[in-house]
Ligand binder design. Structure first.
Ligand code: 7RM
Length: 655
């Protein structure tokens, strides 16, 4: 079977960056040539310029044992020192690191000096609880400053954090604790979401309880932040209140230098099936690329910008672009605890206005849900401080891209559509906002120093105006170093497909357009085969969302007697449309619309109008579950859904 993915949509709008943006831009056009001249020297120079090395490295890349890479491996550094102390030492201690906005409306700003002192205290506390280099610490916290302080305190000790999404169940938490062999858990009584205090500590208690299998959890201590004043159960000798020990701890703590390849964190991603993979990242290479991309892709001017990334700390985006990238660069950022709808739908725009946010990084799913509510809501706020917008997590369809630019970015701001993965650690594909003319819907070009291609199943480049599989052809600094405890699975999952070429296989379908710009087409597992044509989810969804009535769409391939697979679409309608029309009759209109937009082959067999779509906590649509519904099966594992009730509602609506 050919891996070619048929291409159906075209896009020819282009937006050049504003002239003053170009003039003051961090990244200049010459950066591509510099990287192309000598890729390794390029990364070495970026690392030296962006980071403080206690012991400077002389080696850049050791690729003698692929796919196990070592970057900068004879150098030593302390990741937390790079994110904190050195900014204070440089005289920027009074700069705000975090403007924290709690969901109930409480807020506080934490300077670099304050955050540094706090992290030193937490590091002392953790050391007192027995945490040292190489030990694993599980972090199960809401989006509060203590979460960032915890990650950095663990890093400061040369220990390894494993952040588990606050929304995950006790079972998922236990599985991750066991796999990593975590010694300490940092959690909170709870956090605020959708106007309510939701509990976290009970899940930790349950996770650590005796499960009757004779296996004791590896956890010795649980450090608990008080956030919501909820009642908690207490295990004496194990549980420790943060407020009892952190304020009392010494704010003196010298950052020890660790090897560049010292493990920094594990982050679990649920593969399509089976047990979650503990993606392992190390220190020097990871921090280099996180800092470089954060500065160049977001055009960060740390003295003046206010940056806001809406990602949760439990997602890789919360590691690289809420914690390590921004803090390594000395940025001032907003941290928001809650949901966009509380107390009313305009909360995010209020926050942008309140703090004068200039750089705003979010997910397409959020943009589409704002589109659904209508532009009147953001238009009531002053968003004129914004000068750059970013998108991550899924393909952003041109319709949502244009809306984001017009309504949120006042028709002027560049938008960077950033492609990357937990495994890549940092952004790999994106426009550089002062250099690249942006194209709605395309992630566009590999970053300088990053080598990407689109290939067929034999690993041959497909060339422009063709689709295939996205690969990274050469090692990059922030690449995953393995799967925790499972080197074979690491090789099997990412490197086996193109073993003879030594390419990293990302699992995504992509297309190069006539200009060589990259379009992401969705996960290869989700590609549909209709009468021998390979169709991408992204393009049909994009066509559906381009219709006035549609707010969001997800398509899946369901087995079909005549065509092999048939396109089945699940569609959410815009609120404005629902006011004046009925949902009935629309399914047909939309089927026809897709046929007109991209051709009869893509016309959905079924269009279901639904109220919600199944999404992970980072906003990715779980098409696997929709496929179950479309094929009339019992719906599979819904554990990683943000809202587990959604699937039963959809199943009912479909019936
Ligand atoms: C950062 C993140 C990774 C998967 C990846 C893609 C999809 C992410 C984009 C995108 C199209 C984008 N890490 N993805 N960014 N697809 N355009 N800009 O999301 O590990 O959670 O997910 O997400 O399929 O492989 S992740």
């Amino acid at each position: 079977m050919s891996q070619q993915i048929d291409h159906l949509l075209t896009e020819d709008r282009r937006f050049a960056p504003p002239a003053d943006f170009v003039q003051n831009a961090v990244a200049k056009p010459g950066i591509y040539d510099e990287a192309a001249d000598d890729r390794l020297s390029f990364w070495a120079a970026r690392s030296r310029e962006l980071l403080h090395w206690h012991t400077p490295f002389t080696n850049v890349l050791d690729w003698s044992n692929p796919p196990f890479a070592k970057w900068f491996d004879d150098g030593k550094l302390n990741v937390a020192y790079n994110c904190l102390d050195r900014h204070v030492e440089a005289g920027n201690g009074d700069r705000v690191a975090i403007h924290f906005e709690g969901e109930p409306g409480d807020s506080r700003s934490v300077t670099y000096a304050e955050l540094t002192a706090e992290v030193k205290r937490v590091a002392n506390v953790l050391a007192g609880l027995g945490v040292g280099q190489g030990d694993r610490v599980a972090i199960y916290l809401p989006m509060i400053p203590e979460a960032i302080a915890s990650l950095l305190a663990v890093a400061r000790l040369g220990a390894v954090h494993s952040v588990v999404f606050g929304g995950f169940s006790a079972d998922s938490l236990r599985a991750r604790i066991d796999d990593a062999g975590a010694k300490v858990v940092i959690t909170a009584d709870g956090g605020y979401r959708k106007g309510k205090a939701s509990a976290l500590k009970p899940a930790v208690d349950q996770a650590l309880s005796d499960r009757g299998d004779g296996e004791q959890a590896t956890v010795e201590k649980v450090l608990v932040v008080r956030r919501t004043e909820q009642e908690v159960e207490w295990t004496d000798g194990r549980d420790v209140w943060w407020h009892d020990v952190v304020p009392a701890a010494s704010a003196e703590h010298e950052a020890e230098a660790f090897d560049a390849e010292n493990p920094l964190f594990i982050l679990y991603t649920s593969g399509t099936t089976g047990k979650p993979k503990g993606i392992l990242h190390t220190s020097g290479g990871y921090l280099t690329q996180a800092a470089f991309t954060h500065r160049n892709v977001f055009d960060l001017h740390p003295e003046t910008d206010v940056y806001w990334c809406t990602a949760d700390i439990g997602w890789i985006t919360g590691h690289s672009y809420v914690t390590y990238g921004p803090l390594a660069n000395g940025a001032t950022q907003v941290l928001y605890e809650g949901t966009p709808e509380f107390p009313e739908p305009g909360r995010w725009w209020d926050i942008i206005e309140k703090y004068g946010v200039s750089i705003f990084y979010t997910a397409p799913t959020a943009v589409r849900s704002f589109m659904k509510q209508g532009r009147e809501i953001p238009q009531k706020r002053d968003l004129s401080s914004l000068r750059l917008l970013g998108s991550v997590g899924e393909p952003i369809n041109p319709e949502a891209w244009m809306w984001f630019r017009e309504v949120i970015g006042s028709g002027l701001t560049p938008i960077v559509d950033t492609w990357w993965q937990t495994e890549t650690g940092a952004i790999m594909i994106s426009a550089l906002p002062g250099v690249t003319e942006t194209k709605p819907g395309s992630a566009q070009v590999a970053l300088p120093g990053v080598e990407i291609d689109v290939v067929d199943e034999k690993g041959e480049a497909v060339g422009n105006d063709a689709g295939g599989l996205l690969v990274v052809t050469d090692p990059w600094p922030s690449m995953l170093r393995g799967i925790w405890g499972d080197p074979d699975r690491f090789v099997e999952t990412y490197w086996k497909m193109f073993a003879d070429k030594g390419f990293y296989f990302a699992g995504d379908g992509a297309r190069l357009d006539e200009d060589g710009d990259i379009w992401l087409l969705g996960r290869v597992d989700d590609v549909m085969n209709v009468s021998g044509h390979r169709l991408s989810t992204a393009e049909i969804e994009s066509a559906l969302v381009a219709h006035d009535a549609t707010a969001e769409a997800a398509v899946v391939g369901a087995s079909d007697e005549t065509t092999g697979q048939a396109v089945v679409a699940f569609v959410i309608l815009k609120e404005s449309f629902l006011k004046d029309n009925s949902a009935e009759g629309l399914a047909n209109t939309l089927r026809q619309w897709v046929g007109e937009q991209i051709g009869p082959i893509a016309r959905p067999r079924d269009v279901y109008i639904v109220g919600e779509l199944p999404k992970t906590r980072s906003g990715k649509i779980m098409r696997r579950l929709l496929r179950d519904v479309a094929e009339g099966r019992e719906v599979g594992d819904t554990q990683t859904l943000a809202d587990t009730a959604v699937m039963s509602v959809i199943a009912r609506q479909v019936k």
